[in-house]
Design a protein around this ligand. Structure first.
Ligand SMILES: NC(=O)c1ccc[n+]([C@@H]2O[C@H](COP(=O)([O-])OP(=O)(O)OC[C@H]3O[C@@H](n4cnc5c(N)ncnc54)[C@H](OP(=O)(O)O)[C@@H]3O)[C@@H](O)[C@H]2O)c1
Length: 246
């Protein structure tokens, strides 16, 4: 890879709504980007093609984030291609909604495996492989503060992510690596929109002081700040980027 690219990043879940915007924004900021996907290769290819068309550098890589060997292989692939890693942004997650009383254990286990175990595996690899001076950014959700019915498994998984990242920031002492969490409010992506009525979406839109849903680019801007020079002294924080949906 050309040495002119200063920084290298992995963005997980970059075939999804927010991850796509993050990957595209980091590429615009000058990063070479590993565009990770779970099942939707065509979407990841599209994101990488967009980055390349704009003059950037991107590769695509698949991994089930719940599987240790696949997460390991994802990092190895990025390292083989880029030679080093400066930033890891972990967006991949799922949000099936179900009431605790009716839940089948498989649904709960799947949310925890994907969102919490997946975050643990990605954070572990990031801690091993991100170069000194780098940045690690994981994703929670502002819905934690709401405790809405049906969000139990999702909120539990994201509360776990917030805990893990704050501990990791302490464990990284001495390496000048920051570890932070971005916790978006409602953002217009498949994860948020799927299964919701127009009326519910409208109610959630109106519930924020800014009276609009977030766009993926709103979240990418926050990630860009944390990953860039201006975010250097922000560490171990939960950055609630939510238009005031608190
Ligand atoms: N949208 C919101 O309103 C909102 C609010 C708060 C927090 N968040 C958080 O923001 C992050 C991004 O969400 P989004 O809205 O962009 O969701 P999205 O559009 O549904 O994208 C989800 C991404 O996660 C990947 N993924 C899911 N399960 C995976 C698995 N087992 N292994 C590997 N990849 C997997 C998907 O890959 P494939 O599609 O390729 O399978 C996709 O790239 C998530 O952590 C979410 O919890 C979102």
């Amino acid at each position: 890879m050309a040495n002119s690219v200063a920084r290298r990043a992995i963005v997980t879940g970059a075939s999804g709504g927010i991850g796509r915007a993050v990957a595209t924004r980091l590429a615009r900021d000058g990063f070479a980007v590993a565009v990770h996907y779970g099942g939707q290769q065509a979407k990841a290819d599209e994101v990488a093609a967009g980055i390349k068309a704009a003059g950037g550098h991107a590769i695509t890589a698949r991994a089930d984030v719940a599987k240790a060997e696949e997460v390991s292989a994802l990092f190895q692939r990025a390292l083989d291609e880029f030679g080093r890693l400066d930033v890891v942004v972990h967006c991949a997650a799922i949000m099936p909604l179900f009431r605790i009383v009716d839940a089948d254990l498989e649904s709960f286990d799947r949310v925890i495996a994907t969102n919490l175990r997946g975050s643990f595996l990605v954070l572990k690899e990031a801690a091993q492989h991100v170069s000194d001076g780098g940045r690690i950014i994981a994703f929670s959700s502002s819905v934690i503060a709401k405790a809405f019915p049906t969000y139990g498994a999702y909120i539990a998984s994201k509360a776990g992510v917030e805990g893990l990242v704050r501990v990791l920031a302490n464990e990284l002492k001495g390496r000048n690596i920051t570890a932070n969490v971005v916790a978006p409010g409602p953002v217009a992506t498949d994860l948020f929109l799927a299964g919701k009525s127009e009326a519910l979406i409208e109610a959630l839109r109106k519930a924020t002081p800014l009276e609009r849903l977030g766009q993926p680019e709103d979240i990418a801007s926050a990630v860009s700040f944390l990953a860039g020079p201006d975010g250097a002294w922000v560490n171990a924080q939960i950055f609630r980027v939510n238009g005031g949906f608190a």
